[in-house]
Write a protein that binds this ligand. Structure first.
Ligand code: NAG
Ligand code: NAG
Ligand code: NAG
Ligand code: NAG
Ligand code: NAG
Length: 945
């Protein structure tokens, strides 16, 4: 029966025919897929990724719906794609477009970390609930969830996402690797995510659990007494040894040597094989429901808005300023302040309104603190407080301030630095390059040094800023203090939620003609040229030209200030191939940008082997001398299906050379694996062309961050969070395929926590050298502090280098896992009329008792469902009364209470007559609902045919 309906259940049909059911059916759909397997990203048709994706998308849709309804609009995605979900979630009221790139990148981060548990912790039993390590496995989940919640509170969303991916992997593995589903359970084991509940009935170490299976493939070899006594067990696995305790089950499969030892076979339900379909499907169902429960817990602790922000569902426009506040900077500070006010006031209510503001002042010898806020009024206040004082034009702590911004801002931000002095902390330059490359943020500098001032340093110059700007895809703008206001339009241009780069390059000098493709739906197309004493002529597809001397003619408006040219093309521009002819005796840069939602995200990856092979992103530079691989996701206006990818490749930034084309493998769902055999020398960017099937127009996009390959590799993995005052030991390895010899090591962290590491390691060509780094966060470090750590390695012989970027969380151990309680005490709904059409003129109310018992105390009481008014006593009370009243038309109320460490409690009440019980009740997301909906769907389909 399912076979017959599989082709009919395409997402498109689900949504057009039965929009209300689409949500829950997405879950059922995943369950119907024929070969869902617990393998990581890229390892099979459907994977840990599909289980995680199904659960995340369902939870996000529920959250979007709640947020939309609370703000009075309907949540109505036009289709099932991430792009359409983001648009519908952010609401129809705001004008403008918003890119789904951050959402896709956030999903990707969770998926990738989920998959990497199979590489980085392949031999760790607790990470996979192997070898009956139930308490240890649950310990990892508990510790992970504490860290996720602490990081969300501090708005460290990337750290939270990475941990979320790992925790979900371990949780999901329980259902594949234990005998939970063999015991007949269909609901998830709630105790795994409720640390205050015990895990009992684990089979004793000496208790045999499996019968021998000579064929190696028996559907359920669990011993009958184990099943009867409901004893919990899981499979042992040995990658290097076949030893296991007597009588115990094995994981099974080719990679598990213990599966050949009696009792032979295995109980893993990772793959759907002939004979184990039922158990495999049950494990997938339970793993999906368990993932939903964990996400619901995190959503409760975070609150709906922050849960959406965690997953990148937000306007992507972010304002980030790094400002020199020495005495000579008064005019620049005033200009930056005006710009902040202008952005806030002019973008309000549009999709281009920044979702976050970041401000980092620096001086000498101080820098920071960083202001990071979602509240525009706080940003206005903070920037108004900045005063120019002290210093002069002596070198400043510019790069320290920039480091703070790069590690604090979300990935792919546009950061603007205002300064009139060279950097004193130039030793940070390599760290800054590593952080720019790994965060893919773009840094532009406004350098306002008055001409003729003495340079006080021989090691640093304004050229350092130019190098950094170029490497990140930003601009190095040199203007006089008086002219600065004329140069800042570029900030307004990038304060948008859908910015794309069409072309980006630099040349040392000379005459050259460049072509670029402008697609029909591209808006606000702007060309930026930096350089001096240059000429250019722009020509559109129809042959109409405009040169640099015709400021207002033909194709657009040309502004010129300092070393910056800004050319805004007219709105009625023609799509097609444009040309720009450049001539300059000096170095120059050219960049073409526009606004559009057709874009792509990418990561350089390396394949990894093991029982569950896959692809892992690398934070450093790809390895030289072998093909470079990228995992790339393309976003169309209506999801990946609405674009056709043409060519993907790498192109040098500063030399005329053809694109190094990559071969592409479609990984499904808009994800493409690109392999480039002949990698360009020097710095390159990613280029992608394709066709938008909505308009039929061809498009071209480029990445902004420059990259290059290296013969040196640095690898390191952080395996846990660290407690304040404790030392964390991080092993790392360095290798070179160039010539050996001493390799200097430099490590830095953005919090200035004390570290130890060897200053140099001796390298032998082709061999990994192992070393360790220690880092000790001070005792008073607040829980939820994230630390960005860079480890740089530079060989002296070949002057080649590479780096690793690690993120770790400082989390205080917590012992309070008791959920706060919320009990409905009194309901007064007698006024509500039986005739629902009369409901509008009557109200009902309830009161509830809220307490955290002996816990840390209540932090927040909020309304999850219901249209009424919620109020409560002071949160400092031991027993808190919460009161709710609502129109009789709003029949359900759900109250969420969160304590100070993120434990979540809920209460729910419905005044609907019992015969038509609401489908959305307190969280109980087992099979019942999807199955019910499936039946409804079957009925509907029958009715249609
Ligand atoms: C982008 O173009 C639209 C019209 O196409 C215009 O309303 C908007 O102001 C422009 N945005 C910027 C930053 O210039
Ligand atoms: C690029 O490719 C074209 C056609 O294959 C070739 O004629 C041209 O010389 C190449 N250009 C460079 C710079 O390699
Ligand atoms: C470093 O560690 C790796 C893996 O742990 C090992 O294969 C390698 O031999 C070690 N290298 C040295 C020089 O000890
Ligand atoms: C709520 O608190 C009141 C006052 O402490 C108490 O009388 C009542 O029994 C409580 N109700 C519930 C449901 O716990
Ligand atoms: C509903 O609750 C609010 C806040 O406590 C209160 O001001 C209002 O009077 C209540 N309305 C009714 C009809 O009880």
């Amino acid at each position: 029966m399912l076979m017959i309906f599989q082709p009919v259940l395409s997402p498109a049909i689900m949504c057009s025919a039965l929009p209300a059911l689409a949500l829950a059916l997405a879950l059922s759909l995943a369950l119907l897929q024929s070969s869902v397997a617990f393998v990581p990203i890229g390892g099979g048709a459907a994977t840990h990724v599909s289980i995680t994706g199904t659960a995340l998308l369902q939870k996000l849709k529920e959250t979007c719906k709640a947020v939309a309804e609370a703000s009075g609009h309907e949540f109505n995605p036009t289709g099932p794609s991430a792009e359409e979900l983001v648009r519908a979630c952010l609401g129809p009221t705001a004008t403008g477009e918003v890119s789904a790139a951050k959402f896709r990148a956030a999903l990707q981060e969770v998926y990738v970390q989920n998959g990497l548990v199979d590489r980085d912790f392949v031999a760790s039993a607790p990470h996979h609930f192997n070898s009956e390590a139930f308490l240890e496995g649950r310990g990892l989940i508990t510790e992970g969830v504490v860290s996720i919640k602490a990081n969300i509170r501090k708005q460290n969303h990337q750290a939270s996402r990475e941990m979320l991916g790992r925790v979900l992997h371990t949780l999901q593995d329980f259902y594949s690797h234990s005998n939970w589903v063999e015991l007949g359970y269909t609901e998830p084991f709630a105790n795994l995510i409720q640390p205050d509940l015990p895990i009992e009935n684990i089979a004793a170490k000496e208790t045999a659990t499996c019968s021998d299976c000579a064929s190696g493939n028996c559907p359920n070899p669990i011993l009958a007494n184990i099943l009867q006594e409901k004893k919990l067990t899981s499979g042992y696995i040995g990658i290097f040894t076949s030893e296991k305790p007597k009588g115990k089950c094995s994981h099974g499969g080719a990679g598990d040597l213990t599966s050949a030892a009696i009792p032979r076979g295995g109980i893993s339900k990772d793959e759907r094989r002939p004979g184990n379909e039922g158990l495999h499907d049950a494990a997938v169902t339970a793993a999906t429901s368990a993932s939903l429960q964990l996400l619901e817990d995190i959503r409760g602790a975070a609150g709906d808005r922050d849960f959406l922000r965690l997953m990148g569902i937000d306007r992507s426009s972010v304002v980030c300023f790094v400002i020199d506040t020495t005495g000579s900077m008064a005019r620049e500070i005033a200009t930056a302040k005006e710009m902040v006010y202008l952005i806030i006031d002019s973008k309000k209510g549009t999709q281009d309104e920044p979702s976050e503001y970041i401000l980092v002042p620096f001086n000498d010898p101080h820098f920071g603190p960083m202001t990071r806020t979602t509240d525009p009024e706080v940003m206005k206040k903070e920037i108004s407080k900045l005063k120019a004082k002290g210093g002069g034009d002596a070198p400043e702590m510019c790069l320290s301030g920039l480091q703070m911004a790069l590690t604090g801002a979300p990935a792919s931000s546009h950061i603007y630095v205002f300064t009139d002095a060279i950097a004193k902390d130039i030793a940070l330059k390599d760290t800054i390059l590593a952080l720019m490359r790994s965060s893919k943020s773009t840094v532009s500098f406004f350098m306002t040094n008055a001409r003729g001032r003495k340079r006080r340093s021989v090691t640093a110059s304004f050229n350092d800023y130019t190098d950094l700007a170029l490497a990140s895809g930003g601009q190095a703008i040199q203007v006089t203090k008086g002219n600065l206001p004329e140069a800042t339009d570029i900030i307004l241009d990038t304060a948008t939620s859908a910015l794309v780069t069409v072309l980006q390059l630099s040349r040392s000098s000379g005459s050259e003609t460049f072509t670029f493709l402008l697609d029909e739906s591209l808006r606000n197309i702007t060309l930026y040229i930096t350089g001096s004493r240059l000429t250019f002529t722009i020509t559109n597809p129809a042959g109409v030209s405009q040169s640099n001397t015709q400021l207002g003619g033909g194709l657009g408006t040309i502004q010129s200030v300092g070393n910056l040219w800004r050319i805004r093309l007219d709105d009625d521009k023609q799509s097609g191939t444009w040309k720009i002819q450049m001539a300059s005796a000096q170095p120059y840069t050219l960049k073409v940008t526009g606004q559009n939602t057709i874009t792509f995200i990418y990561d350089f990856v390396v394949p990894f082997e093991g029982p569950h092979p896959g692809y892992a992103p690398i934070a450093g530079r790809p390895q030289a001398g072998r093909p470079t691989m990228l995992l790339l996701s393309v976003m169309g206006r209506k999801g990946p299906a609405s674009v056709t990818v043409g060519e993907v490749g790498l192109i040098p930034v500063s030399r005329a050379e053809n694109v190094s084309r990559g071969s592409t493998t479609d990984m499904g769902n808009g994800d493409i694996l690109v392999t480039v055999d002949a990698v360009p020398q020097g710095e390159f960017v990613v280029i992608l062309t394709g066709t938008d099937s909505v308009s039929g127009s061809q498009f071209q996009r480029q990445s902004t961050t420059q990259m290059s390959v290296s013969k040196v590799i640095v690898t390191a993995v952080v395996d846990s969070s660290v407690e304040p005052g404790q030392m964390l030991i991080i092993p790392f390895s360095v290798m070179t395929e160039g010539s050996g010899g001493p390799c200097s090591i430099n490590a830095r962290n953005n919090r200035e926590f004390p570290m130890t590491f060897p200053k140099s390691v001796p390298l032998t060509t082709g061999q990994y050298a192992n070393a360790t780094l220690t880092i000790t966060p001070p005792k008073d470090t607040p829980s939820g502090t994230d630390v960005t750590l860079t480890i740089e390695a530079k060989t002296s012989a070949s002057a080649d280098s590479n780096y690793a970027v690690l993120r770790l969380s400082v989390v205080t151990k917590i012992t309070d896992f008791v959920r706060p309680t919320c009990k409905v005490d009194r309901v007064a709904a007698d006024d509500c009329p039986a005739d629902v059409s009369q409901c509008a003129s009557f109200r009902w109310d309830l009161s509830a008792n809220v307490t955290d018992g002996k816990g840390t105390g209540i932090d927040r009481i909020t309304l999850r469902q219901g249209d009424g008014v919620l109020s409560h006593d002071a949160l400092t009370n031991l027993d808190i009364e919460a009161s709710y009243n609502a129109s009789c038309c709003s029949q359900i109320a759900e109250i969420v209470v969160v304590d100070k460490v993120g434990n979540v409690g809920k209460c729910f009440h419905s005044i609907a007559p019992p015969t038509i019980a609401p489908s959305v009740g307190p969280p109980s997301l087992g099979l019942a609902r999807p199955l019910l909906l499936l039946c409804l769907l079957l009925a509907a389909l029958n009715a249609r045919s």
